[in-house]
Write a protein that binds this ligand. Structure first.
Ligand code: P1T
Length: 379
C-alpha cells in the first residue's frame, strides 16, 4: 500500500459489533472477564484499549515499522526510551534539539546516572568521537528544532550499529510522509504526535515505532508499568487527523517553499533556515533522505536587534504567537524565551539559537494571505 492509502486505512477496520466505519472511542477503563484470565484480549485500559490499538497499528504502518506505542505526550515517549537504560550508560544526542528533551536528559536522567553527550551531528565524525564503550543509545532529532539542521540518519545509524547502540530518531518535524527513519537504519522512531500527526492543535500525545519484537516488548512493559498512556478520545482525534496527513504535509511543503522564497528575497531578513533552499548547509542530505522539506522555517533579522524581532513577533495577524507546530493554522514563536528557554543561554548560543531567532510553523492557509501577513509584520 502507498502512503495515502495507509493514512486512511491502516489499523482501522469496521467495528465487528456494529459495522461502524470509524473506530469507536472505547471510553472504558476495564473489560469484563467470563472467568479469571478468560477475556477478549483486553483487561485494563492502561495496558490495552481498542481505540489506542488501532492508532498504534496505523502509526506502525506509516513509519514502515511493526509495532507502535502511544504515550500521553512526546516527552513521555522519550522518557520511555531512556528507561531502557541503566546508571552508567551513555547517550550521544543531537546538540540542537527541543528544549524539553534537553531538560528531560539533563535535569531528570542525569540525576539517575545516565550520561549525555551533546554534539553537532551534522558532521558524523563528531558522533564517532563521542561514542564510547558505554554508549547504549544515539539520539537524533532531524530536522532539528529550531535550527532546521539535517542529520544524515544512515551515516549515524552505521556508527550506532558498529558500537552496538540503538539509534532513536525524533521524526516530529518531518512526519513519516517526508522521512521514514526505520528504512534508514533507526531502531526507534519517536513522534510528538501533538504536531503533524494530530495536525489540528487539539491533542497532546507521543508515540514510538519499532520493528524489533524484543525491543517492542521492553518498551510496552515500560509503557504499561509507568502508565503514561493517552486516553481513547485523544487516540480517536489522532486517527481522524491521520486520514489527511499526506494532503496536509503536501500543502505544508508548498506553503513552506513559497514563504522561504519570500523571506530569502526580503531586505530585512538576515539568516534563513529552511532545508529546501539550495543554500541550506545540509540541503544535499535533506534531498537524499527526505521526500519534501516541510513547513518549519527559522530566521533572524538584519542588525540582530531584539526590539526588531519583538516587533515582528507582536505584529502578525494570521501567524499566532504560540508554542507548538504542525497544525493547520500558522504559528510563530521565539525559541529563546518559549520552546527553548529551558536550555541555558550559553548552550543555546553554541548551537546557533540566537536571542533574536524567529521560528515559523507554516500552516495550510492561502499562501497569498500568509505572505501579506509577514510583509506587513516585517514592514
Ligand atoms: O510537547 P510534546 O508532545 O510532549 O512533545 C515534545 C517534543 C519532542 N520533540 C520535538 C522535536 C518537539 O518539537 C516537541 C515539542 N515541541 C514544541 C512544543 C515546540 O513548540 O517546539
Amino acid at each position: 500500500m502507498r502512503f495515502g492509502t495507509k493514512a486512511i486505512h491502516a489499523g482501522v477496520e469496521p467495528d465487528p459489533s456494529t459495522g461502524a466505519i470509524m473506530t469507536p472511542i472505547f471510553q472504558t477503563s476495564t473489560y469484563v472477564q467470563a472467568a479469571p484470565g478468560d477475556h477478549k484480549g483486553y483487561e485494563y485500559s492502561r495496558t490495552h484499549n481498542p481505540t489506542r490499538t488501532a492508532l498504534q497499528k496505523a502509526l506502525a504502518a506509516l513509519e514502515n515499522g511493526k509495532h507502535g506505542l502511544c504515550f500521553a505526550s512526546g516527552m513521555a515517549s522519550i522518557d520511555a526510551v531512556i528507561k531502557l537504560l541503566a546508571p552508567g550508560d551513555e547517550v550521544v544526542s543531537t546538540n540542537d534539539l527541543y528544549g524539553g528533551t534537553y531538560r528531560l536528559f539533563t535535569r531528570i536522567f542525569e540525576g539517575f546516572g545516565v550520561k549525555f553527550r551533546f554534539v553537532d551531528m551534522t558532521d558524523p565524525a563528531h558522533v564517532a568521537k563521542a561514542i564510547t564503550a558505554r554508549t547504549k543509545l544515539v539520539w537524533v532529532e532531524t530536522p532539528t528544532n529550531p535550527m532546521l539542521n539535517i542529520i544524515d540518519i544512515a551515516a549515524i545509524g552505521a556508527l550506532a550499529k558498529k558500537a552496538g547502540a540503538w539509534l532513536g530518531v525524533d521524526n516530529t518535524f518531518a512526519s513519516p510522509y517526508l522521512q521514514t527513519p526505520l528504512d534508514l537504519g533507526a531502531d526507534i522512531v519517536m513522534h510528538s504526535v501533538t504536531k503533524y500527526l494530530g495536525g489540528h492543535s487539539d491533542v497532546v500525545m507521543g508515540a514510538l515505532v519499532v520493528k524489533d519484537d524484543v525491543l517492542h516488548e521492553r518498551l510496552a512493559f515500560i509503557q504499561n508499568s509507568c502508565g503514561a498512556t493517552p486516553g481513547p478520545q485523544d487516540c480517536f482525534l489522532v486517527l481522524r487527523g491521520l486520514k489527511t496527513l499526506h494532503l496536509r504535509v503536501q500543502r505544508h511543503c508548498e506553503n513552506g517553499a513559497v514563504i522561504a522564497e519570500f523571506l530569502a528575497a526580503h531586505p530585512k531578513v538576515d539568516k534563513l533556515y529552511w532545508p529546501g533552499l539550495p543554500t541550506h548547509r545540509n540541503h544535499d542530505v535533506a534531498k537524499k533522505q527526505m521526500r519534501g522539506f516541510g513547513g518549519m522555517i527559522s530566521f533572524t533579522l538584519k542588525g540582530d536587534r531584539m526590539d526588531d524581532a519583538t516587533r515582528v513577533l507582536a505584529s502578525t495577524k494570521l501567524f499566532s504567537l504560540a508554542e507548538s507546530l504542525g497544525g493547520v493554522e500558522s504559528l510563530l514563536g521565539h525559541p529563546a524565551s518559549m520552546t527553548h528557554a529551558s536550555i541555558p543561554r550559553e548552550e543555546r548560543l553554541k548551537s546557533g539559537v540566537a536571542d533574536t531567532l524567529i521560528r515559523l510553523s507554516v500552516g495550510l492557509e492561502d499562501k497569498e494571505d500568509l505572505i501579506a501577513d509577514l510583509r506587513q509584520a516585517l514592514g
